[in-house]
Design a protein around this ligand. Sequence first.
Ligand code: HPA
Length: 246
Amino acid sequence: MLAIIGGSGLSKLSSLAVERREVVRTPFGEPSGALLFGHVCDQPTVFLARHGYGHTVPPHKVNYRANIWALREAGAKSVLSVASVGGIRADLVPGSLVVPHQIIDYTWDRQNSFFDGGDTPVVHVDFTEPYDADLRQRILRAGAQAGEALFDGSIYAATQGPRLETAAEINRYERDGADIVGMTGMPEAVLARELELPYAALAMVVNFAAGRGESRNGVHLQNMTQTAQGIIARVHNVLQHMCLDC
Ligand code: HPA
């Protein structure tokens, strides 16, 4: 079963015919909301809204451990994250859809491991390639079949939020090599890795990052929402081509 975690702009999955809804608890607390079960492109799918169904859970308060744990317990075999980002690289303009291949983690003070002491032995996971190669290819193939242009590869800077960045921070992230910036990519990706769940992301660029392009003098939040609304139909189009035999 495929799990889809929907971010800002995707708290409903119109591509999912919901058949069952389940409220679950985990040893790490409650996930952001109920799990919605159904089918996307004829394959069993479970959906979770990362920020809750009323969009009330901010990025630094998301219970990432409960979310990933709940999806694994529900039977998910892989996790596709849909997330909004700002574009740092000049060609990643608002409206672009990106399948990132690397992450730089600037977040802090988040519960970023299932192995955090107690009686369990210390576990280190390999995270050289944070995104699953096969799942990335599946998303890219779905994009091609859906006729949606997807950027293959980019470096995702995960920031703490909930505030947006300063222009100097964006310049620093660019010097570090980052192409896009978002607030939820970590620790979600590493928690999936700890549970051996293949994980990849489809990032929607909803604004120029702070200090860039139209955001030169500030990021216009209204434009972000509008861009997200415009792009969401294309995301659904891609998801509807994520068939097992695609
Ligand atoms: N920065 C961080 N997170 C974001 C942005 C941004 O510019 N846009 C959407 N999510």
